[in-house]
Design a protein around this ligand. Structure first.
Ligand code: CAA
Ligand code: NAI
Length: 704
């Protein structure tokens, strides 16, 4: 089938883009559009032209898979094609439904008139792919919608509803009935009245306000500094919009093209394309065909309404699924429900949620103190204390109480899912759903497949993650699963670096500058240093002192001393840092002297630690552990590990995740550095066998 189809409706020709699933503007579609216009423009019986998309949407833009490849000879590139279509002396009307994103919206902006169906989303999300709207979008959108709106939309990459698009002037009309029929009528009317084509490139009204306000761009750059940290694309977008104001259209378009070319091949864009495809790949499970049955989830239960249980209940309510939380007594239940209410209220107070939406969500959450209340739930997520006997007891009760076929999920972060499953008579229905804190905010969900979890249970949990708006990553059972197992390496080395000579603020600065939202010590203060302290105390009680691998040396000595002084972190106003306003970490001389004393007591001579060493010591062991996880089959793909780190720990998306980043550094360099660390520090830093193997074969994680 051809990638474009022409249909006549009286004097108007409708050109339909046909490239499922999203009508990406790949070379076949571009050639098809060119051929269609070559046929229709000279045809005197054609008075006007409508462009529309077949299937679910108008168009999701350029075919991202074609980036970095040279198009076949003779195929026009998208910017030139749009310029040429806009030149048409016959009226060209876009009939838009579903989605018009990126090049799709740029194509529509090249039309003379835009009519849109209800429930359509429009925008220029290129920046989220590390590039800019390179088909005239940075030049046409400010002319049509004004510079301020264009800056906000292009730099955020946000898609807007058809209503907002109408208000901003991006579209001209929202069709109540058939959008194509409305567009055909409009094209016929424009032709009959002899209205000259209204070309976005010739419009000027949107630029006037910015011309009168020379400080606008610098103000905007200051306002975006935090969210654009470390990236090039958002700044290139601003430069292009600035050029739209400063230069005639053709020169602005040329400027945009130059900037686009600088971005598209760079690592930032490669990393963000990798993340885009990884987010879709992660849902595909090789041994679970699409035909695997899934169970409908119409009602949920959550056991335990503490930090995690409360957040998980909100996740279900946010997705419109009624949920019942069960607590051990009325006091705990009231406290848990009150915490949920306060959480929603804070979002309402910030203007990010409407009061009636909050009321609807609260109405979906019920509370109980007996397990019978979840007897009919389709899934129950357990989030009680992290103690095996408690978990086993809860699963025993769930097994007796819940209806056959219900999924029994555990939110455990460290315990063996198989052992928990064995406490029931239906281990095939048991699975881990490891949410990240705060559960209602973090997008990551590790779905932990037990040895006996049935395909249906796994497929249902994976489908549910999508319904809940989460990135579900399927992982296997091991200590810490994927995320926390790798995190352990990172935190251990951060602690060692401080014992050896760095200060917490040095380590945190390097990690922040790398692109994480915060470094390991600020993160520990946020999570609470006492959690690790209690775990270590429990472990030390079980284990004779002085047995010495790296992990055992990781006694968290300094962290323990901080906790002994009540410095649990932000919640006590002091931890690795002191907090005057409750949240801004300030270096503390008291901590510095404690660190120096501890190094001395451990017999470690403090030395200067370079920024490079900090970065490599923190991140290479993390990547190394990722290699072990891959080798053991705990994660299915290296890109799944990247998803865990981007969506669970704030690894900078523009670096693609730890495994993608490792490939850009070079696995040989990482293996060599690990060997060096092993020689100095101990065998726990030995390169993973898979890392060595890939180096020997000249391959990267991408090839695994
Ligand atoms: N190019 C190639 N493939 C694309 C694509 C694109 N622009 N957009 C989506 N796809 C693919 C997806 O990878 C997915 O493939 P698989 O089924 O093989 O996994 C399939 O189409 C369906 O996509 P989704 O699962 O994402 O479908 P959805 O309904 O959940 O979302 C969407 C639809 C909102 C359009 C979403 O796909 C999306 O955001 N797409 C990207 C939009 C975008 O960033 N466009 C800008 C492209 S760059 C550009 O246009 C440059 C320029 O200026 C010249
Ligand atoms: P929490 O201590 O805040 O909450 C646990 C709640 O369970 C308490 O409110 C308690 O009253 C209730 N509870 C205990 N036994 C119960 C029983 N038999 N029946 C009903 N309710 C019972 O603990 P938190 O932090 O929410 O952790 C819960 C689980 O989530 C643990 O397994 C933990 O490892 C895991 N987890 C925690 C994360 C975190 O950052 N806090 C992150 C990811 C997982």
């Amino acid at each position: 089938m051809s990638a474009t189809q022409i249909e006549r409706r009286g004097p108007v020709a409708v050109v339909r883009l046909v490239n499922p699933p999203v009508n990406g503007l790949g070379s076949a579609v571009r050639s098809g559009l060119e051929a269609a216009f070559n046929q229709l423009l000279p045809d005197d019986s054609v008075a006007g032209i409508v462009i529309t998309g077949d299937g679910r949407m108008f168009s999701a833009g350029a075919d991202i898979r074609e980036f970095g490849r040279t198009p076949p000879p003779g195929v026009p590139n998208l910017p030139e094609l749009i310029d040429w279509l806009e030149e048409s002396s016959k009226p060209v009307v876009a009939a838009i439904h579903g989605v018009a994103a990126g090049g799709g919206l740029e194509l529509a902006l090249g039309c003379h008139y835009r009519i849109v169906a209800p429930k359509t989303r429009l925008g220029l999300p290129e920046v989220t792919l590390g590039i800019l709207p390179g088909a005239g979008g940075t030049q046409r959108l400010p002319r049509v919608a004004g510079v301020e709106a264009a800056l906000e939309l292009i730099v955020s990459g946000r898609l807007v509803s058809e209503r907002e698009a109408l208000k901003l002037g991006i579209v001209d009309q929202v069709a109540e009935g058939d959008v194509v029929a409305a567009a055909v009528a409009k094209a016929a009317e424009l032709a009959a009245t002899g209205t000259p084509p209204r070309r976005s490139s010739e419009r000027d009204e949107g630029l006037a306000a910015a011309r009168a306000d020379p400080g606008l761009f610098d103000r905007f750059r200051r306002s975006m500094a935090k969210r654009a940290r470390g990236m090039n694309a958002p700044y290139a977008c601003v430069r292009c919009i600035e050029a739209a104001v400063r230069l005639p259209f053709a020169e602005g378009r040329h400027f945009e093209h130059q900037e686009f070319r600088k971005l598209v091949g760079a690592v930032e864009a490669q990393a963000m394309r990798h993340a885009f495809f990884a987010e879709r790949e992660v849902a595909k499970i090789p041994d679970l065909p699409d035909s695997t049955p899934t169970r409908p989830i119409a009602a949920a239960g959550v056991i335990g309404c503490g930090t995690m249980g409360g957040g998980i209940a909100m996740v279900f309510a946010n997705a419109g699924i009624p949920v019942t939380v069960v607590e051990s007594d009325a006091g705990a239940l009231d406290a848990g429900l009150e915490k949920i209410r306060a959480n929603y209220q804070a979002t309402v107070d910030k203007g990010r949620l409407a009061q009636d939406a909050m009321d609807e969500r609260m109405a979906l959450i019920a509370g109980a103190t007996g397990f019978d209340a979840v007897a009919d739930a389709d899934i129950v997520v357990e989030a009680v204390f992290e103690e095996m006997p408690v978990k086993k007891q809860v699963f025993g009760i769930l097994d007796r109480t819940c209806r056959p076929g219900a999924i029994l999920a555990t939110n455990t972060s460290t315990l063996d899912v198989d052992e928990i499953a064995a406490a029931t008579g239906r281990p095939e229905s048991v699975i881990g759903t490891h949410f990240f804190s705060p559960a209602n905010v973090m997008r990551l969900l590790e779905v932990v497949r037990g040895a006996k979890s049935s395909p249906e249970t796994v497929a249902t949990a994976m489908a549910l993650s999508k319904t809940l708006g989460k990135i579900g990553v399927l992982v296997g059972v091991c200590d810490g699963f994927v995320g926390n197992r790798m995190l352990h390496q990172y935190l251990r080395e951060a602690a060692f670096l401080v014992e050896e000579g760095a200060l917490p603020q040095d380590v945190d600065r390097v990690i922040y500058d790398f692109g994480f939202p915060m470094g390991p010590f600020a993160m520990s203060d946020l999570a609470g240093n006492d959690i690790g302290w209690r775990i270590r105390k429990a472990k030390m009680a079980e284990r004779p002192a002085g047995t010495g691998s790296g992990d055992e040396r990781y006694s968290g000595t300094i962290s323990d001393r901080l906790c002994e002084r009540g410095r649990f972190g932000q919640k006590t106003g002091a931890g690795w840092y002191r907090y005057e306003d409750g949240r801004t970490p300030l270096p503390d001389p008291e901590v510095e002297s404690l660190i120096v004393e501890t190094s001395k007591a451990l017999g470690i001579g403090r030395r200067p630690v370079s920024d490079r060493e900090i970065l490599e010591r923190c991140l290479y062991p993390l990547v190394n552990e990722g290699a072990r996880i891959l080798d053991e089959g705990i994660a299915l793909r290296s890109s799944d590990i990247d998803m865990v780190w981007i969506h669970g720990y704030g690894f900078p998306r523009y670096r693609g995740g730890p495994m993608f980043w490792a490939d850009t550094v070079g696995l040989d360099a990482i293996a060599a550095a690990m060997r060096g660390f092993q020689a100095v520090h101990g065998d726990w830093m030995a390169p993973a066998p898979l890392l060595e193997k890939l180096v020997a074969e000249g391959k990267g994680f991408e090839d695994f």
